[in-house]
Design a protein around this ligand. Structure first.
Ligand code: NAP
Length: 517
């Protein structure tokens, strides 16, 4: 059996070097020349024109069309599910080594065009260069990681012998998987979910988010060029309520792999529980949802490190990460100093167009900007506005990085996911009080604790209830392999993407016991 080298994370590009800056500028120029390009649907290995089209727009320059997407309707959803169902009958039997080698080729192809993929992201979703590069690197990691996992799962599990019998425990695929993804990691997340399904031997109908549908085609291109058979991955952009819901309720779909908001995720959970006529299985669902992540800064913390972590976690990609540190919880001796340093650093964040690589870019679209502004108005009644608090500039969806101080733990801006550059600082009475505040929301995705006291860190390790807890580091930037990712409670089903249990979500174990004569 082919044994690939051990998995290693794709290194990030260093944009302080002339070479990387030049490459990115060239990619932005080249992709800039393609803006407005049409993307047909992709069904059964063929481009398909939809009856309607829709546009994705550049959030940094809101009148600029990035891509024209063909839109799926009921008919195309039906065709895609059928194509995936047919392809499943052969893809399910493809040996693990073959699937693994194909995924390795796809990772290589995506790597060879990583700047181009990142450039599409700068235009379509407003990521600056490092954020876009990180997203592509994570997508490559998901492919490479699962290309190895497929070989491991193919070995099955040993079972204790029973007299006169041979028993085997194998993992087999389950069928057609609907992949429904958000716009904020427009390459890494749809790639991660689709590759999980495909590596396990399933076939996929992917519905990318409408704001970021062009980026998702980068993975399709790499997989198709690597030799993925027709029908194994179908891509059908279109409105969530029509295409996403059409897939989620389809009797031919065996599983829903969703990442997105709590609101849509809980709705899909309900839909998945129904068994429409003709459906002969219980639909499986993984749903990775939002967060209201807390960063605790203790009296005994290294304050410089803590403030750097707060800024990176709270304002990286404008706070539009499920893992964003949107609550700062500090104990009495350091609260004032942390608040002052945070406000000072946040006021200095320069806001501007993502393709020009400003540290703070736009939020995704006009309705997100509107929703964030509404939360800022709510915040004015719940805390002390100390930085930002309004629109930052014209031409795109720019919101000034915002800090609210002295917020109560149960305030709306301390409980609800805002998904923008808005952080609430909450004073805690003691370290134990800080732990209680951190655990005091319906979510449980990520969290950080800064302290030099080993006993407090040990307590936090036990008591902070979130899927990904970080000690003395920021709460964003999970690495495939090292930080398998997924949340507790209303943050989702904790599927731990990029970890050793992830493929299990897409497999079913089968036991065969063979009695000797
Ligand atoms: P969203 O509004 O829930 O949308 C996610 C996907 O669901 C999109 O493709 C959307 O399509 C589709 N959709 C919308 N309504 C639907 C319906 N009724 N039935 C089926 N599908 C439907 O989330 P988003 O704004 O794209 O993403 C931001 C959210 O994702 C945040 O809450 C963030 O925390 C969460 N997130 C979580 C993780 C994690 O790993 N836990 C990672 C990233 C993001 P349209 O685009 O066409 O509306």
């Amino acid at each position: 059996m082919m044994v690939p080298a051990a998995f290693r994370n794709e290194p990030f590009r260093d944009f302080s070097t002339d070479g990387a800056r030049r490459e990115m500028s060239e990619a932005l120029r080249a992709v800039g020349g393609e803006l407005g390009r049409e993307f047909p649907l992709w069904i059964d290995g063929q481009p398909v024109r939809g009856a309607k089209t829709f546009r994705s727009m550049n959030p940094s320059q809101s009148d600029q069309v990035v891509a024209v997407l063909h839109q799926a309707g009921r008919e195309e959803v039906e065709a895609a599910v059928r194509a995936a169902g047919r392809a499943y009958e052969s893809w399910r039997w493809v040996p693990a080594e073959e699937k693994s080698a194909l995924l390795m080729r796809a990772a290589h192809l995506l790597r060879s065009r990583r700047m181009r993929a990142a450039a599409w992201m700068c235009y379509e979703v407003g990521k600056n260069w490092a954020e876009a590069d990180g997203d592509v690197a994570e997508a490559i990691d998901f492919i490479e990681y699962n290309a190895r996992e497929v070989l491991r799962y193919a070995q099955g599990r040993p079972l204790p012998p029973y007299d006169g019998e041979m028993s085997e425990y194998t993992y087999i695929p389950i069928g057609v998987v609907a992949v429904i993804s958000p716009w904020n990691f427009p390459l890494a997340i749809p790639t991660g979910m689709a590759i999980g399904a495909i590596a396990a031997g399933n076939t996929v109908v992917m519905k990318p988010a409408s704001d970021s549908a062009a980026v998702a085609f980068q993975t399709l291109e790499a997989l198709t060029e690597a030799g993925l058979p027709p029908g194994v991955l179908n891509v059908v952009p279109g409105p969530g309520g029509v295409v996403g819901e059409g897939l989620a309720t389809h009797p031919g779909v065996r599983m829903i792999a969703f990442t997105g908001s709590r609101e849509v995720g809980t709705h899909l959970f309900e839909l998945a529980a129904k068994t429409p006529p003709g459906q002969t299985w219980l639909k499986r669902i993984i749903a990775e949802l939002g967060g209201k992540n807390a960063i605790i800064v203790d009296d005994e913390a290294d304050l410089d490190e803590a403030v750097a972590g707060l800024v990176a976690s709270g304002y990286g990609y404008q706070g539009q990460k499920c893992s964003a540190g949107s609550r700062v919880v500090a104990t009495p001796k350091v609260y004032g100093r942390i608040a002052d340093a945070l406000v000072e650093r946040v006021r200095r964040l320069e806001v501007g167009p993502a393709p020009e690589n400003y540290p703070a870019g736009p939020v995704i679209n006009a309705s997100a900007a509107q929703k964030i502004m509404e939360y800022i108005e709510i915040g004015k009644g719940e805390g002390r506005l100390a930085a930002g608090g309004g629109r930052a500039r014209d031409g795109g969806h720019y919101i000034a990085p915002t800090v609210f101080l002295d917020v109560a733990p149960d305030a709306r801006i301390a409980q609800e996911e805002i998904f923008g550059p808005v952080v609430a600082a909450i004073p805690a009475r003691t370290f134990d009080d800080a732990l209680r505040i951190a655990n005091g929301t319906a979510f449980g995705l990520t969290g950080s604790v800064y302290s030099r006291n080993p006993e407090k860190l040990a307590k936090a390790r036990r008591e902070v209830m979130c899927g990904n807890l970080y000690l003395n580091r920021k709460c964003t930037g999970a690495m495939v392999g090292t930080h398998p990712f997924g949340g507790f409670n209303m943050s989702g089903t904790d599927s731990k993407a990029g970890g050793p249990d992830y493929l299990l979500n897409f497999l079913q174990p089968k036991v065969v016991a063979h009695k000797y004569r």
